[in-house]
Design a protein around this ligand. Structure first.
Ligand code: ACO
Length: 330
């Protein structure tokens, strides 16, 4: 029988410091009413200077290991979805491996932008299903405040810092765990959402700094247009492909970039509000962290029961987009 990858633990970390819409009103020409009505965001968390995404990812993984009383040496693989690695290299996964003491694990970072966590979960599941590994940690961690220009009102209101993580383990039950995924990318969208500086094409220089190339650039209107249709399409597609209907889905856990995009996808799937997990009001867009952070909150609120179907979906830079269907197994 083919093994399935099931989620056996969930954790998250959000920094204590809150940056509210009122705070942003004092920094740029914006207002709470605009931000809430256009995005659904009320506040976001900001990680202190001197700490990187690895710190948050480590905290999220630590939460799982402590709750489940698992020795870090049992972990085989650490995958970190991030667009804000601590450094270009070593990878954030290597840093977390060392911080947590996972001395038997290997690991790597994966960049799928806001779809990164779905890419990473689908990837991690392969190492379980193939029989290669028994414990795979899949972390999404982003310190977006490190690449946000706090003089640009069109982007600085959107993003925040956080991390989330799950532990994947094998199960012999064919109908549980990660059941299906649909993943896409379309590189022609790169011009609308990117951070150009600091890579091999535009290495850091006085010029890249002067031109603000180390910050996020987004053509919000164009990205919105693609996101709202692609995320709705791919969410509905995975439900139909698996012969399910909207009312059989316990929770839809979408990437939290914009409440209007989430609502459009939920409507397309025929869901009501109680089925849609939303925490964008409290955290903003934390890129690869939004989905595991939301899952961890739902899990720790004890809203999940064995047998529940969960659909995850995301859209992000690349463009990248995708959805994933899982059935809760613990
Ligand atoms: N406060 C007040 N006014 C603002 C602000 C602000 N913070 N930001 C922009 N405006 C103004 C604009 O200047 C514009 O004014 P104008 O009409 O005089 O030119 C007006 O508000 C409308 O601007 P739009 O950009 O058209 O606003 P829109 O309704 O599209 O909302 C937003 C902008 C929230 C960014 C939206 O486009 C969006 O959510 N886009 C998709 C984001 C997304 O999904 N990204 C993918 C994931 S991110 C990742 O992968 C890293």
């Amino acid at each position: 029988m083919r093994r399935k990858a099931i989620i056996t633990g969930v954790g998250h970390y959000a920094p204590e410091k809150v940056l509210s819409n009122k705070d942003l009103e004092r920094m740029v020409d914006t207002n709470d009413e605009w931000i809430v009505s256009r995005t659904g965001i009320r506040e976001r968390r900001i990680l202190e200077e001197g700490k990187g995404s690895s710190y948050m990812g480590y905290q999220a993984l630590k939460m799982i290991l402590e709750e489940k009383d698992i020795d870090p040496e049992e972990i085989d693989l650490i995958i970190v979805a991030t667009v804000t690695p601590d450094t270009m290299f070593p990878s954030t996964a290597c840093r977390i491996q060392h911080m947590i003491g996972a001395s038997n694990a290997w690991g790597f970072d994966l960049n799928g932008a806001c779809t990164g966590y779905i890419y990473a979960l689908a990837t991690g599941a392969q190492f379980i299903e193939s029989g290669a590994h028994k414990k795979v940690a899949v972390i999404g961690a982003d310190k977006m405040s490190a690449i946000v220009d706090y003089t640009d009102r069109s982007t600085c209101v959107l993003f925040g810092d956080a991390a989330g993580a799950v532990l994947l383990e094998p199960s012999e039950e064919a109908d549980y765990g990660i059941l299906d995924w649909i993943l896409h990318c379309d590189g022609s969208g790169g011009e609308y959402l990117h951070m150009l500086g600091g890579g091999s094409l535009y290495p850091a220089s006085h010029e890249t700094v002067d031109k603000k190339m180390h910050y996020i650039y987004q053509d919000g209107r164009t990205v919105f247009k693609f996101a709202v249709t692609k995320m709705a399409d791919v969410s509905a597609e995975i439900v139909e492909k698996n012969n399910l209907t909207g009312n059989e889905i316990k929770f839809f856990i979408p990437h939290q970039a914009n409440l209007r995009i989430i609502d459009a996808a939920a409507r397309r799937m025929g869901l009501d509000d109680s089925q849609v997990v939303v925490n964008i009001d409290r955290y903003g867009n934390t890129t690869a962290a939004t989905i595991p952070l939301a899952l961890s909150e739902v899990y720790h609120d004890q809203k999940l029961q064995r047998g529940d179907y969960i659909v995850m979906a995301a859209f992000g830079a690349g463009f990248t987009w995708g959805s994933l269907l899982l059935r809760w197994a613990i």
